[in-house]
Design a protein around this ligand. Sequence first.
Ligand code: DQA
Length: 149
Amino acid sequence: MKLLVINGPNLNMLGVREPEIYGSRTYAGLVSFIEEVCAREKVEVEIVQSNHEGAIVDAIQAAYQEKDGIVINPAAYTHTSVAILDALKAVGLPAVEVHLSNIYEREKFRHISYPGMACVKTFYGHGFAGYEMAIQYLKNLLSKGTEDQ
Ligand code: DQA
């Protein structure tokens, strides 16, 4: 099973940016966390971080026929990006959305998620553990698919 994990803008600043919201763990720490979860779950993972909307669209398109599923934290593009929504719809891979913070308890503009409209599930407000939940969710979903074959 091959998963693509995408992290959007400013997540590379974890540990520095608004620690009262996002905690003090760094982006390198997040990458290690995801790699450890995937090693344990026997999932092959590629982790991409970009501050650029088009690069995120490119990464989603590159996953077509290459990956089995996508975990995505689109960060601020969550609330603006129809392009990321369309890219997820275009490749048709099962995608799970993750947010470190509880976006529904924050400003109103964070309550809408465009990419989330193409995702089978969203985990929010669990910090790093949300990525683990997303990976396990996709693993379950994808293994159900192979049982039926
Ligand atoms: C975020 C929530 C977004 O509203 C914000 O713009 C981010 C991070 C989260 O993980 O909680 O950059 O996606």
